[in-house]
Design a binder for this molecule. Structure first.
Ligand code: CA
Length: 223
């Protein structure tokens, strides 16, 4: 079935480039170039995914996404011109499904769109296929039914990632989730915990590092 992508972008050239590329890949597209029109349009249409620019005339992308999330789980990919902004966005926890930093290649956009759609389509089914299971009350992890010994810190870190597959967490967010006190730990601490968890689980492709941002967990996708 043809999927419809809503492109919210006020820069005409960028919007046109994305539209042309997405259409080549058999997506239907609709474009909106003003922030104030998005929520009205969404009352009458249900796109399969929204590419949402942050800096828009009228209502900005962040506040639009907040409104959308009150009523809908439609996948949202944020587009931003500043890589530093991604950290700030992550901190706001708006429930975006991915972030793309400008300038981007249209090829990259199509790849991200497809990946997010695959993930959201299969979110339910793949969760039950996931070989990894975490039991919060006993703080035990199993992979293919085999118990894995994790430290309390490793368990909390993994549990945070697994609770929301596909959502990218910054190192700072992960640190906040594993240490309740305000101790000073370096970013490297998270990297070394992740390294240990990966080794113990032997499921390398589950925890993905997102360059310059942090980590995310992906359920295996049914082929
Ligand atoms: Ca813009």
């Amino acid at each position: 079935m043809t999927k419809t992508i809503l492109i919210v972008e006020d820069e005409e050239k960028i919007a046109a480039l994305m539209r042309d590329y997405l259409r080549q890949y058999d997506f239907d597209t609709f474009e909106i170039d003003h922030g104030n029109e998005v929520l009205t349009w969404l009352k009458r249409h249900q796109p399969d995914l929204i590419l949402l620019d942050i800096m828009l005339p009228g209502q900005d992308g962040i506040s639009i996404c907040r409104e959308i999330r009150k009523t809908s789980d439609v996948p949202v990919i944020f587009m931003t011109a500043r890589v530093e902004e991604i950290d700030r966005l992550l901190g706001l926890e708006m429930g975006a499904d991915d972030y793309i930093c400008k300038p981007f290649s249209p090829r990259e956009v199509v790849a991200r769109v497809k990946a997010v759609l695959r993930r959201t389509d299969s979110r339910q089914s793949s969760m039950s296929d996931d070989p990894l299971h975490l039991n919060e009350s006993s703080m035990k992890a199993t992979v293919h039914g085999v118990d894995i010994e994790l430290t309390a810190v490793e368990f909390r870190l993994l549990n945070t990632l697994v609770a929301r597959p596909g959502v990218i967490y910054s190192r700072q967010q992960l640190m906040d989730s594993i240490y309740s006190d305000q101790r000073i730990v370096s970013d490297r601490t998270i990297d070394s915990h992740v390294k240990k968890i990966r080794k113990k689980l032997d499921l390398n492709d589950h925890i993905h590092s997102v360059y310059g941002v942090g980590y995310k967990y992906e359920c295996p996708l049914p082929e």
